[in-house]
Design a protein around this ligand. Structure first.
Ligand SMILES: *Cc1c(COP(=O)(O)O)cnc(C)c1O
Length: 454
């Protein structure tokens, strides 16, 4: 037990609890809601933002250029022409189940964004991670005179390109899913690739990567250490590109492209998002790049009509802690006596990205935390009601629509945002961030654990 006298960022924990009441609940591992007092109207928030819509469109165009290559080397992307994208679908049975269980109405409609079923690596990391590897390959090919503007990118699937990339190394630190995305894509292009895996990483992810020729370095420690080690080793080699999950703008923009694609999907389904039809998005958060990038893109596309909430395990609420204290990445959950141990391995991060925290401060609606047991219960409920199987991390967003009704802080948010009376028109989009590649036996044991808790 950490003493309340311990000093964190120039204040004792006891003082933090007084000045910032959610810190007390966080320290007690309570399920907590934090609403962002620094959120600004979109036109003000955007004024001080270093990234633009142009940056997102540039990333989307790059993915379009690579689509013929991706389609060729990953035939599972043929249906979407080499574009790595997931469906959205309504989950009315799950919505009803939650309403009955919690004994509350959930006005509006719950939908799921199925990044769990993204091709190639089965998680949200197939957005940012794969994008950063492709951009790195493009940069190297251009600087070595192998690629000209207007070229057909299927040339990336050829011996000269693989020979070139074999002289370069890609390195990343990961709790698992980012390693999968970076490892699979890098190996396919012909790069040498090393993934530094934290202790949380599942064995099957390491095995899968090794089967594809990826070097996997294992650590007994958590994510931050794996990243720091990877960064240090990569710095010694000029032909090495380190994918910096804590700071990469490239990764972030790869995630942000999701917003342009979602806009198109909603238009096709004639689903309106505007002042009268608010969009609530609930995103599981680890270091923050995935949910941050997606949310940033959504704010650029939908402005004040979209409300983005980040969801974290009670044992690893690093983004909420950084945002609520205002200390960002200067503080970590361990400073406050939390252990960062969670079955939601994709979210087992003790210190959030400082880059994401500061960029998202005027845009983000808030954060909440939930217990692992709740994720497991909802995992089983979703399987039973909708026949969709997700990994535990990916259920974190599912509690958001319940909290909009159940939490006093969220109720105040609705009133303060002028959304009372509009909730019947709300779209609650739960971002399902992973699960499709989990081996059958492992998924079965997740399901049984959830069942046993119901
Ligand atoms: C990585 C991951 C997240 C969160 O993304 P961050 O960029 O780490 O915040 C959420 N869900 C799953 C399944 C993940 O693998």
């Amino acid at each position: 037990m950490t003493s309340l006298n311990n000093i964190v960022a120039n204040k004792s924990i006891a003082e933090w609890i007084v000045s910032c009441p959610v810190v007390g609940d966080i320290c007690e591992l309570k399920e907590t809601v934090w609403v962002n007092p620094d959120k600004k109207p979109f036109n003000l928030a955007i004024a001080s933002c270093p990234l633009t819509m142009e940056d997102i469109v540039d990333a989307a165009d790059r993915l379009d250029r690579f689509a013929p290559y991706v389609r060729k080397v990953f035939p599972e992307t043929a249906a979407t022409g080499g574009i790595i994208e997931s469906d959205i679908l309504p989950i009315p049975h799950m919505q009803k189940l939650l309403e009955e269980e919690e004994n509350i109405p959930i006005p509006g409609q719950m939908w799921l964004k199925l990044d769990s079923h993204l091709p190639i690596s089965g998680s949200i990391k197939a957005r940012g991670g794969i994008y950063e590897v492709l951009k790195t390959a493009e940069d190297i090919a251009i600087s070595n005179g192998l690629l000209q503007e207007g070229d057909d990118y299927t040339v990336f699937d050829s011996e000269p390109f693989r020979a070139l990339f074999s002289n370069y190394e890609i390195v990343v630190g990961s709790t698992g899913n980012l390693g999968l995305s970076i490892g699979i894509m890098s190996a396919k292009l012909g790069f040498q690739v090393t993934v530094h895996m934290s202790a949380d990483a599942r064995q099957w992810k390491k095995d899968l990567l090794r089967s594809k020729g990826v070097r996997v370095v294992e650590y007994d420690s958590d994510y931050s250490i794996a990243v720091a080690e990877g960064r240090k080793l990569a710095a010694q080699n000029p032909r090495c590109h380190f994918v910096d999950d804590e700071n990469s703008k490239t990764l972030f923009l790869g995630y942000a492209v999701a917003a342009l694609r979602l806009k198109k999907q909603l238009d096709e389904k004639h689903i309106a998002v505007d002042q009268e039809h608010p969009l609530f998005v609930y995103l599981p958060c680890g270091v923050g790049g995935g949910p941050g990038g997606v949310s940033f893109g959504l704010k650029m596309v939908f402005g004040d009509a979209v409300h983005c909430f980040f969801a974290e395990p009670t044992h690893a609420p690093c983004m909420m802690l950084g945002m609520a204290t205002g200390e960002n990445h200067n503080v970590c959950v361990q400073d406050f006596g939390l252990d960062n141990l969670t079955a939601a391995d994709g979210l087992a991060v003790g210190r959030a990205s400082g880059f994401v925290g500061s960029l998202m401060r005027p845009f983000m609606s808030g954060c909440y935390s939930l217990k692992d047991e709740r994720m497991f219960r909802m995992l089983a409920q979703l399987a039973d009601s909708e026949n969709i199987y997700l990994e535990p991390s990916a259920l974190a967003g599912m509690y958001g629509p319940v909290l909009m009704q159940k939490s006093e802080a969220m109720g105040k948010y609705i009133v303060d945002s002028g959304l009372e009376g509009k909730m019947a028109n709300a779209l609650h989009l739960v971002w399902a961030t992973g699960g499709n590649m989990v081996p059958k036996e492992e998924m079965q044991s997740y399901y049984e654990k959830g069942k046993s808790l119901l």
